[in-house]
Design a protein around this ligand. Structure first.
Ligand SMILES: *Cc1c(COP(=O)(O)O)cnc(C)c1O
Length: 310
């Protein structure tokens, strides 16, 4: 068990002008290494793997927060791990995968066509036959065990801070689904979709959380051009806003959520007196790969150097 992640009150002139109270649940602080929501999603999978004396095999892109978190968590719990990675072997020296290898994850690089089979039953069956001692966890860690782990956010909040609306960034929708399910129609929940063309997510989340909840909605206007896309100007805005709020961020998930919040508040989306709770889902390790590729030139926080391999 880890202690509840802390709540921080966010101060900004914009919020006081509009008479709003804004808080952020710092899941990025659960662990100095593991990304917040990926830890929530992995937790119960680790227990099951340990109980059954199995390793964990999962999937991810070459800069995946999930792969990074899974490698570390498995290493910490003495569970062998395998990462099926989309892309070429050369990626193994990048920031994310250097750490994954440092934590003894075994990496297997596959081409895009093979990676596309990651939800295909026949392919998954073949993998389980090839690796009988491993439990297969889907990309991003989004399975039913993950939902319960994410639900802990809601139970912690019940003891920490009252709020009206919760806001979280959405990739695969597993995190929002877990929150919706655990919340049981008590609050309003908003998912900020960080990718373009995410209309399918509505159905995915309903399937995971259950169709009986109608207190949540997805917003599709804040992806800034697509998954992991953002302009230099948008990044500047994120840096400025986050510095004023005094929180670390990365531009793929939390940065987009912050800009969405700013815009919604400016547009008077929330009535005066409203209490807003943001969830900081972590993912700060992703900044390492962005610096390495020159996608950003300056990170909002200091990252640990990547480990060296000879
Ligand atoms: C994966 C991830 C998300 C999105 O979570 P989903 O459950 O896929 O919607 C949000 N924030 C960070 C930092 C992530 O790594």
């Amino acid at each position: 068990m880890k202690p509840a992640s802390p709540i921080q009150t966010l101060k900004h002139q914009l919020f006081s002008e509009k008479k709003l109270q804004v808080f952020i649940k710092r899941d990025d602080l659960i662990d100095p290494i593991i990304s917040g929501n990926k830890w929530r999603k992995i937790k119960q999978n680790l227990h099951l793997a340990r109980k059954n004396n199995k390793g964990i095999l999962s999937f991810g892109g070459s800069y995946s927060n999930h792969i990074h978190a899974l490698a570390f968590a498995c290493h910490q719990h003495n569970i062998p791990s395998i990462g099926i990675i989309r892309g070429e072997q050369a990626y193994q020296s990048n920031y994310t995968l250097s750490w994954a290898r440092h934590w003894q994850m075994q990496l297997q690089f596959v081409d895009r066509a093979t990676y596309r089979l990651r939800h295909n039953d026949a392919y998954l069956k073949k993998l389980s036959e090839q690796y009988p001692d491993y439990m297969v966890v889907p990309e991003g860690g989004s399975n039913t065990l993950a939902l319960d782990g994410v639900g802990d956010v809601i139970s912690e909040l019940r003891h920490q801070q009252s709020f009206d609306t919760l806001i979280v960034p959405v990739g695969s929708g597993g995190t929002l689904a877990g929150l919706v399910k655990a919340d049981e129609n008590q609050h309003k929940l908003i998912g900020i979709c960080v990718l373009k063309g995410g209309n399918y997510l509505q159905g995915d989340i309903e399937k995971l959380a259950g169709k009986q909840y109608d207190n949540w909605r997805l917003m599709h206007d804040f992806h800034l051009g697509g998954y992991a896309k953002f302009s230099a100007q948008a990044y500047q805005q994120m840096c400025h806003f986050a510095a004023t709020l005094n929180i670390p961020f990365e531009p793929v998930y939390s940065g987009k959520m912050l800009l969405a919040l700013k815009q919604l508040v400016e547009q008077d989306y929330f009535p005066a007196g409203h209490k807003i709770m943001l969830i900081h889902t972590g993912g700060l390790q992703g900044l390492g790969g962005m610096l390495e590729r020159g996608i950003i030139t300056k990170a909002p926080i200091q990252l640990p150097d990547k480990p060296n391999f000879s």
